[in-house]
Design a protein around this ligand. Structure first.
Ligand SMILES: [Fe+2]
Ligand SMILES: [Fe+2]
Length: 357
């Protein structure tokens, strides 16, 4: 699916950029003035309010003169857990941030519900429909969106097709029958890979508490991602979205994926630059040297009260330009809403990806 947001604007002349600036060099000065040149330092409180949900830079994708500022901006959220854990004020603030930040797309990496209940999916769907008014949305299921009984039946070989359909029936009915969707927006192409398969052979574990919680990447989804990337613009940044975290959570100490190594190697081989995931409920930004340049992994925290001790709810804003990929975490600042709290930048292009912590 290819999405062209504001097609008229994209086709318009490149003569004027932002605020009357016409010289690219001046545009960089404006860019620096936002404060986003400073990498990874916790932002001062006084600057938070000023920058709360504000657009950190401006898009310039004019086809002619200048085409080097943000290639793509992706708001990455996860684990909304509609049901008891949902926090209305956070959902409202997230929606407001989407409107104000105006990302090219909103990517939601699973766990829309808490108990996979119809009523929870109904609310999740209404919310997705609401934020779709502001930006295109790509979403995949998480382990909480899967019906376990179907997963177990399928695992033992009973009524395989029926069991498979049962497993995802509520997600398919309320959200989408497509479990591994793809989306191309100007500058980026996202391939979703469903990693939530319930209790299945690919993610069996000896740890009882992890049964059905661990996920895995399936080969057929890698093939689909490869086809999607091949059809996309050669200039589009290649992005994979999965639910389960491939990097051990700092607080949880747990991996989400059963086949982490193989998955990350496969992503790198596909030319992926960025992996979006959730599941751990703790925000994190990593690089993995599986390729040159390496993979950047954006783990979004949760938008709910299922937080890790001492960690706020959060989402990540990914901004990609021709030379750098920057991830800013927006943390919950009750009652002010979500505000930027930390950012990291990574150099793109030839040579090793360097995270500047
Ligand atoms: Fe979750
Ligand atoms: Fe999860």
């Amino acid at each position: 699916m290819r999405y062209e947001k504001g097609g008229e604007r994209l086709r318009s002349s490149g003569a004027e950029l932002v605020g009357g600036v016409t010289d690219p060099a001046d545009m960089f000065a404006l860019f620096d003035a936002t404060g986003y040149a400073a990498d990874s330092a916790p932002l001062r409180r006084d600057s938070r309010a000023r920058r709360k949900c504000s657009r950190s830079g401006q898009v310039s994708r004019s086809p002619g003169k200048v085409n080097f500022l943000f290639v793509a901006r992706i708001l990455h959220a996860s684990d909304l857990h509609f049901g008891r854990p949902a926090v209305a004020a956070q959902l409202v603030s997230l929606r407001d941030c989407i409107t104000e930040l105006a990302p090219d797309t909103v990517a939601i990496s699973g766990d829309l519900t808490q108990r996979c209940a119809n009523s929870e999916f109904v609310r999740a769907r209404a919310y997705l429909d609401d934020i779709r008014k502001a930006a295109p949305v790509i979403v995949i299921p998480g382990n909480h969106d899967v019906r376990w009984l179907g997963a177990v039946a399928r695992n033992f070989g009973f009524w395989r097709k029926t069991a498979h359909e049962f497993k995802y029936s509520r997600y398919a009915r309320h959200i989408s029958p497509e479990l591994s969707p793809t989306l191309e927006v100007p500058g980026a192409v996202i391939a979703g890979c469903n990693t939530a398969h319930g209790i299945s052979r690919g993610s069996l574990t000896r740890r009882f508490r992890d049964l059905g919680v661990i996920g895995h990447v399936k080969r057929r989804d890698l093939v689909k991602a490869e086809e999607t990337f091949a059809k996309a613009s050669p200039h589009a940044v290649r992005i994979i979205m999965i639910h389960h975290n491939p990097i051990k959570g700092e607080t949880s100490g747990r991996h989400g994926l059963a086949n982490t190594k193989q998955a990350l190697r496969a992503f790198a081989a596909l030319g992926v630059e960025l992996v979006l995931c959730g599941h751990d409920h703790q925000e994190a930004i990593h690089t993995v040297e599986e390729s040159s340049p390496g993979l950047v992994i954006s783990t979004a925290g949760t938008i709910s009260n299922r937080i890790r001790a001492g960690r706020p709810s959060s989402f990540n804003l990914v901004e990609i330009d021709e030379s750098a990929l920057r991830v800013t975490t927006y943390a919950w600042q009750n009652p002010e809403g979500f505000a930027p709290s930390r950012e990291r930048s990574f150099t793109r292009g030839a040579g090793a990806m360097r995270g500047r912590a």
